[in-house]
Design a protein around this ligand. Structure first.
Ligand code: OSB
Ligand code: MG
Length: 372
């Protein structure tokens, strides 16, 4: 794959509604896109780092800086580049998986586009549509939450995930169960807001037959998650803690989780995400595809990933209109609770030039020959 230049494109996209989690509220997304341009093909990557380092240590300004100073120069110095090499070459730089993942996604998109192959087929997809859930932020009140859940069930979402934190856990779950019944697939996500001292409180979720509780404790607290898993009936799922395929294997053998949320950005790319999928499958651990409030670009790649065989639970791969009034790509539309897996070359979608122009806040254009 030959590259002539790369553009680091920053966009600002207002969310249709504020999204509140235990770590903060997102009103809009400030997103870094990586656009690689070569003589035969071009490719797009979406960096999922948020504006502030609150979900993980990464943040969007830092991601742009590390790409420019350390990641892109290492790739540009190679005599030739393939997507498959990106992870290996960049592994000498510590951390920064979201920055690395965005570059790998752009190179993969360009390379597969040149070959006429879809990302889904390249990753090993076994279905042409994926089951979708929706992640619902912490609401201002229980009635407000119930209205939001009702609207999403009406739209056809197959699973509801409630964000929780101390003071907003048992009551919202109870209210949703009472109003919508036992048939609704329901799970919760704490984004690290608890500690093992809260085990008794979290055990109070047991009667509500949740699919799982996602990341109750800090990222590095595998021992705590393993202890909790022994104390409560709700299956423990990890998000923030799963930083690689090795971390997934480690968490599983230690009994820290029985379900895994896979996010390509958090593990350094879609190719490592596939390895996480494979490790979990080998251990009989179900996985589902997480989300980071992506545009249609990242969503396209997530939906391709979610089409792999061991993605047996509905993902946080919601339709475009759950996030944006106007998506950057042709919108993803829910059809019977499912999104169609893009079949075109590469990630199968392209930014709409008019929308892109409207939301772009800056473009940094770098010549490949001057980076290496
Ligand atoms: O923990 O899964 C999370 C969004 C931003 C950061 C972290 C998380 C989330 C979500 C939203 O839950 C998932 C989505 O719909 O994209
Ligand atoms: Mg999560």
């Amino acid at each position: 794959m030959k590259i002539e230049s790369v553009e680091l494109v920053r966009i600002a996209m207002p969310l249709v509604a504020p999204f509140r989690t235990s770590f903060g509220t997102q009103f809009e997304r400030d997103i870094l896109l990586v656009h690689v341009i070569g003589p035969e093909a071009e490719g797009w990557g979406e960096c999922v780092a948020l504006a502030d380092p609150l979900y993980s240590h990464e943040y969007v300004d830092g991601a742009q800086a590390i790409m420019k100073s350390f990641l892109l120069p290492r790739l540009a110095a190679l005599p030739a580049l393939s997507a498959q090499q990106v992870g290996q070459v960049l592994s000498v730089v510590k951390g920064n998986p979201m920055a690395k993942a965005a570059i790998e996604m752009a190179v993969l998109d360009a390379e597969l586009s040149a070959m006429g192959a879809s990302l889904a087929s390249h990753l090993g997809a076994v279905r042409d549509s994926v089951a979708c859930g929706v992640s619902i932020g912490i609401a201002g009140s229980i009635p407000e939450l119930l209205d939001t859940v009702a609207a999403h069930l009406e739209e056809g979402y197959l699973r509801i995930k409630l964000k929780i934190e101390p003071g907003w856990d048992i009551e919202p779950v109870r209210a949703v169960r009472e109003r919508f019944g036992d048939g609704v697939l329901l799970q919760v996500d704490a984004n690290c807001a608890y500690s093992i001292a809260d085990a008794r409180q979290l055990a109070r979720l047991d009667p509500f037959d949740l699919l799982l509780i996602e990341q109750p404790f800090e990222e590095d607290d595998l021992a705590g998650h393993a202890a909790l898993a022994r104390l409560i009936q709700t299956p423990v799922c990890l998000d923030e803690s799963i930083t690689s395929a090795r971390a997934a294997a480690d968490a599983i053998v230690r009994g820290a989780c029985s379900v895994v949320n896979i996010k390509a950005g958090r593990v350094g790319g879609y190719l490592e995400a596939r390895r996480v999928h494979d490790v979990c499958a080998a251990h009989g651990v179900a996985v589902w595809c997480g989300g980071m409030l992506e545009t249609g670009l990242g969503r396209a790649a997530n939906v391709a990933l979610a089409a792999l065989p061991n993605f047996t639970l509905p993902g946080d791969t919601s339709a475009s209109d759950r996030y944006w009034r106007q998506d950057l790509t042709a919108p993803f539309v829910l059809d019977g609770g499912h999104l169609a897996v893009p079949q075109g070359p590469g990630i199968g979608v392209r930014p709409d030039p008019d929308v892109l122009a409207e939301v772009t806040t800056s473009v940094e254009k770098l010549a490949w020959s001057e980076l290496g």
